[in-house]
Design a protein around this ligand. Sequence first.
Ligand code: 3Y8
Ligand code: NAP
Length: 250
Amino acid sequence: MTRILLLGGTTEASTLAKTLAEAGLDAVFSYAGRTAKPVSQPLPTRIGGFGGVEGLAAYLKTESITHVVDATHPFAAQMSTNAVQACAAAGVALCAFERPAWQAGEGDHWLHVDSIDAAVDALPDAPARVFLAIGKQNLTQFAAKPQHHYLLRLVDEPDAPLPLPHTTVEIARGPFDVAGDSALMQRHAVTHVVAKNAGGAGAAAKLTAARSLNLPVIMIGRPEVPAPAGQRPIKGSVAEVMAWLSHPAD
Ligand code: 3Y8
Ligand code: NAP
């Protein structure tokens, strides 16, 4: 009997949740509990960590999960790594539902870096006005360059003082649009954009806005998710995931 655990928190996960619900499949949607009021889903939903690999493996067994679809954000590398190990331990089929990384196009001025620290190093020394569109979990590293004014876009009001002296906080939950992001970046006279290579449409608007405003983008590459060959097939569309659910061996 197919019973699916959908690790969510992205636009792709929400789209897949809708299809699973419409197909009447037995599925549970899972959020980490990072935000105060996550978007509600058309599936039974659990919120919070599992308690590492062991906790997830135990959950898979007690909940008789037969398939895990990891539709988490490409930067949720810990969750994805835990899912690989827990599914192997529990003998449960796993696939990743992932959107392709963004590629620079005509007129883009991107500097590719491979970590948050490398993004900090890539910022100039002279004071700049930086749109730090990476959420709130990685702000402390930027305290190494306090001279910049940082425009921060967060999902929820910060619950603690920010680690940066000069900030403007914009509270907004995506997906975002180009007109809105262009107006935001002009209103705050942004000179540099820092972004995670999330891929997908939900966070891409700022890149199109940066291109039209001729602004440089410091693009942080995705972390690796170690998985033995064949252990975590990557699916790029809802249709591919639905086909995999009926034939996981493919
Ligand atoms: C809690 C669920 C949907 C999913 C929507 C997508 C699109 C909007 C764009 C910018 C970039 C950022 C951030 C972002 C986007 C979608 C998607 C996406 C980026 C929610 C959500 C949860 C989270 C967690 C949150 C992180 C933060 C990252 C903000 C819900 C809205 C910057 C990633 O305050 C915090 O602690 C926020 C933490 C992880 C990154 C960070 O390190 O701070 N997402 N985002 C999920 C959970 O609890 O499991 O609240 O409804 C989901 C979405 N965020 O259903 O339509 O699919 O990418 N999310 C990044 O890409 O850089 C904003 O501002 O331009
Ligand atoms: P992470 O660093 O990879 O994971 C840290 C821990 O959070 C995991 O070990 C797990 O705790 C818990 N966790 C993460 N995702 C979970 C989920 N979907 N369901 C249950 N527990 C989860 O994760 P993250 O980068 O903080 O991302 C958290 C959530 O935000 C994910 O749903 C992700 O899709 C979403 N999101 C993240 C980003 C981003 O930039 N990182 C962007 C957009 C959306 P235990 O070890 O206790 O199981």
